[in-house]
Write a protein that binds this ligand. Structure first.
Ligand code: CA
Ligand code: CA
Length: 191
């Protein structure tokens, strides 16, 4: 399915007046992508792929990128963000001049870690995890990304079992590409 900028169109029709109200489009500095649930795939060690629709923990259902005035924010809404024995979400951010890599990990001890590389270190990057809302939000200050005019973001969410990233979901595809980061979003311009 091709990517598209989110167009917020809320129409309301009155049974009395027959009026239709359409909200203005969403801000141009963001990408909102809805991904199906039940599209997790199992990646076997021999490279084989098998549908795994009942594996919920790495299943992303909404993917938002905001190229905001202070930071680039990546907001991921999962189908079920309950604690697991291992979860790893990683990908890359492409800007006009560089590529950066990031990894958000829930370790076996339950702690959440975020690492951003490729920019000479990025300690101010942070993440907020809201398990009740099934949301992980990564916030990467613009200074870490050389104040990008636009960004493209690609990532995969994986469920880890026995030290192996068995279960995969890519919020930009209904299948997966086992080659990390090959699926990039469209450009999201700075707001
Ligand atoms: Ca999904
Ligand atoms: Ca998907």
């Amino acid at each position: 399915m091709p990517l598209s900028l989110r167009l917020v169109a809320v129409a309301a029709a009155s049974t009395l007046l027959g009026a239709v109200v359409v909200a203005p489009p969403a801000a141009a500095d963001r990408l909102v992508r809805h991904d199906p649930t039940g599209d997790v795939m199992y990646l076997a060690r021999d490279g084989g792929l098998i549908d795994s629709p009942n594996t919920r923990d790495p299943d992303i259902r909404r993917f938002v990128v905001v190229n905001g005035p202070q930071a680039v924010t990546i907001r991921l809404t999962y189908d079920n963000l309950r604690p697991t024995n291992g979860r790893d979400t990683y990908g890359r951010i492409k800007t006009p001049g560089r590529k950066y890599f990031f990894e958000s990990q829930q370790r076996e001890d339950g702690r959440w870690m975020l690492a951003v590389s490729g920019g000479g270190g990025c300690r101010p990057a942070s993440q907020h995890v809201d398990v009740k809302k099934d949301v992980i939000e990564l916030r990467i200050p613009r200074g870490c990304l050389s104040d990008p005019r636009w960004v493209q973001v690609g990532l995969v969410s994986t469920g880890v079992r026995n030290g192996w990233q068995n279960f995969w979901d890519d919020p930009l595809r209904s299948d997966i590409n086992p080659t990390l980061g090959d699926t990039l979003s469209m450009r999201v311009p700075a707001g």
